[in-house]
Design a protein around this ligand. Structure first.
Ligand code: AMP
Ligand code: MG
Length: 349
């Protein structure tokens, strides 16, 4: 039954939505990857051509989804859940794509003075459980006790994630430590899929995994001059009639947002969202949303979480010092700040 539902959810939704000289515009949607909605948009001569391509993209993303899954096991596959389950027990032989993600996440941890930490799993698990319970029974929703969070925070030392590239193993030497790659896994996987597609000669396609967007090349719809892909950034105020905060125009770049509206629950009228500042062990309170524009979707995903945890002046300094990276911040009071070059991506109304 479960399988049948999964298959049903996996069904391609093929929607031709336009007709120009370079082909029709097609869109495919999948609901079974990374716990979110995946959309693929491209131009093709016919449905069969687009269906074949989007099925390959799906399969590629599914490989990463399974490898980076911390909740489910798959027969014959050692994934991040296997690594977590073997914390303090033994090193686990893993695919090179797991080692590469973990190495990248370690680099991001170092570069951000610990503002992004995939070894924060024990702390994030507590927030996850309180959120799930709070959503199931809002009357009884509560905030995790600080003592509980602090106890879990003793087991978040990323140096205890030991990677052995020669033996192809990953090992958590602290038995209470757990990995959670929610802040980087999706973006990293999307980037790897995009690089693979580019290597396969695909020159125009848009991938969006839960709003983590990566454009391959320009929008090849035959229009001249090329307008670029129009990417709608979610309005963080979900009660507003305006669902889009702004539309960006990009070619061959990524747009990644982190926001308070993605996963949250409410206790006594206060919203508790899912991005946790490792310094306070509480949801970071600076912003409603941070959006990053850059080439590499893995970097964009990491930076969206890092910037979310940094005060505005520090975030502006960080992003403005980086080549090819721009950002927009929606502050807690709803006001907007841009990095030096961000406005250049905003599509005129
Ligand atoms: P994102 O939406 O990319 O900012 O990622 C948020 C997800 O990353 C959360 O749902 C958690 O799974 C995880 N997460 C939250 N806070 C952190 C943090 N400080 N470092 C690493 N991962 C985090
Ligand atoms: Mg992120």
């Amino acid at each position: 039954m479960k399988k049948a539902i999964a298959l049903l959810l996996c069904l391609l939704l093929m929607v031709p939505t336009g007709c120009k000289s370079a082909g029709r515009r097609y869109q495919a949607t999948f609901l079974t990857l990374f716990d979110t909605v995946t959309t693929i948009i491209g131009f093709a001569k016919n449905e069969a051509e687009f269906q074949a391509l989007s099925a390959r993209v799906h399969d590629k993303l599914q490989e990463y989804h399974r490898l980076y899954d911390i909740y489910n096991s798959y027969e014959g596959l050692n994934n991040l859940k296997t690594v977590n389950d073997n914390a303090g027990v033994r090193p686990v032989k893993v695919d090179a794509r797991i080692l590469a993600l973990l190495e990248f996440a370690k680099d991001m941890h170092k570069a951000s003075d610990g503002k992004i930490n995939i070894a924060l799993g024990s702390v994030l698990r507590i927030w996850h459980d309180y959120r799930e319970r709070g959503l199931a029974d809002p009357q009884k929703a509560s905030v995790p006790p600080m003592g509980l969070l602090q106890e879990a925070a003793k087991h978040t030392d990323i140096d205890k994630l030991i990677l052995d590239h020669e033996a192809s193993t990953a090992y958590l030497s602290d038995p209470h430590m757990r990995l959670d790659v929610g802040a980087v896994g999706k973006g990293y996987a999307v980037e790897q899929a995009a690089l693979w597609l580019e290597g396969e000669g695909v020159s125009s396609l848009l991938l969006s995994v839960g709003g983590n967007v990566r454009a391959i090349g320009p929008k090849a719809d035959g229009a001249a001059p090329d307008e670029g892909w129009g990417i709608a950034v979610q309005n963080p105020d979900k009660e507003s009639e305006k669902s889009t905060l702004m539309t960006l125009q990009i070619d061959g770049l990524s747009v990644v947002s982190s926001g308070v509206y993605e996963r949250f629950y409410t206790v006594d009228g206060v919203r508790y969202h899912h991005i946790i500042d490792p310094a306070t062990l509480m949801p970071a309170a600076h912003y409603l949303q941070v959006t990053i524009v850059c080439r590499d979707s893995g970097l964009g995903d990491a930076l969206s979480t890092i910037a979310f945890n940094e005060p505005i002046e520090k975030g502006l300094g960080l992003i403005n010092a980086m080549e090819g990276v721009e950002a927009a911040w929606v502050l807690a009071d709803g006001s907007l700040r841009y990095s030096n070059g961000f406005a250049g991506y905003i599509k005129a109304a």
